[in-house]
Design a protein around this ligand. Structure first.
Ligand code: SF4
Ligand code: SF4
Length: 198
């Protein structure tokens, strides 16, 4: 399995390339975009914005990882943080220069949804009710483009199943938020600025 750092690099590289249109390929003499392509710039239909998003507050997080357990238990039927769609880390794991705070990463439900745009199978869809971007497991063919495209490393790719998972807001009642004992996770109105948080 690729290291997290390596995946992060590949992901950013992929995103950058997608955005500047390097993904254009020639097929049968005509120029086509292999995937869905960014909206607006190339005339593809815009994706409706999500209505809500889950946000993490490091100042409140106590690092219990109950959110990861809740997520994997509810969505995968197993108490297994490695199969969660929310990720908790400690900065000291990444650097010796640390303030000791727990960092949490949640899907931004991005406006442009690079994960969705990168899927040639169109397996990432928009939920009718919440407009969350979700993986249709019946369609996912395990290519992994979504994982590489996400600039926030928020797609969890299950090697054993060759299928991707990402936060779909639990249909409007995210279990991680309900289970957090420190109110460090909040279910709030989506805002385009969340795409810029890193
Ligand atoms: S459940 Fe809440 S306090 Fe515990 S790790 Fe997750 S976000 Fe932090
Ligand atoms: S999985 Fe990544 S690219 Fe897709 S909506 Fe979430 S944060 Fe954005």
């Amino acid at each position: 399995m690729e290291s997290r750092e390596r995946k992060e690099m590949n992901r950013r590289c992929f995103l950058r390339q997608s955005m500047i249109g390097i993904g254009v390929v020639a097929v049968g003499g005509s120029v086509v975009f292999p995937y869905n392509g960014p909206s607006g710039a190339f005339g593809y239909p815009a994706i409706p914005n999500a209505t809500m998003v889950v946000m993490h507050n490091s100042a409140l997080c106590i690092g219990c990882r109950r959110c990861e357990v809740a997520c994997s238990t509810m969505r995968e039927g197993a108490s297994q943080p490695s199969r969660a769609r929310v990720f908790i880390d400690r900065r000291y794991q990444e650097s010796i220069w640390t303030d000791g705070q727990f960092t949490g990463e949640t899907c931004r439900q991005c406006e442009e949804a690079p994960c969705l745009r990168a899927c040639p199978a169109e397996a990432i869809k928009v939920d009718e009710k919440t407009k969350a971007r979700y993986v249709d497991l019946k369609v996912c063919n395990g290519l992994g483009n979504c994982q590489r495209a996400c600039p926030f490393n928020m797609v969890n790719y299950f090697e054993d199943e060759r299928k991707a998972r990402k936060c779909d807001l639990c249909g409007g009642a995210p279990e991680c938020v309900k289970q957090c004992p420190a109110t460090a996770l909040r279910y709030v109105k989506w805002d385009p600025r969340y795409d810029d948080l890193d």
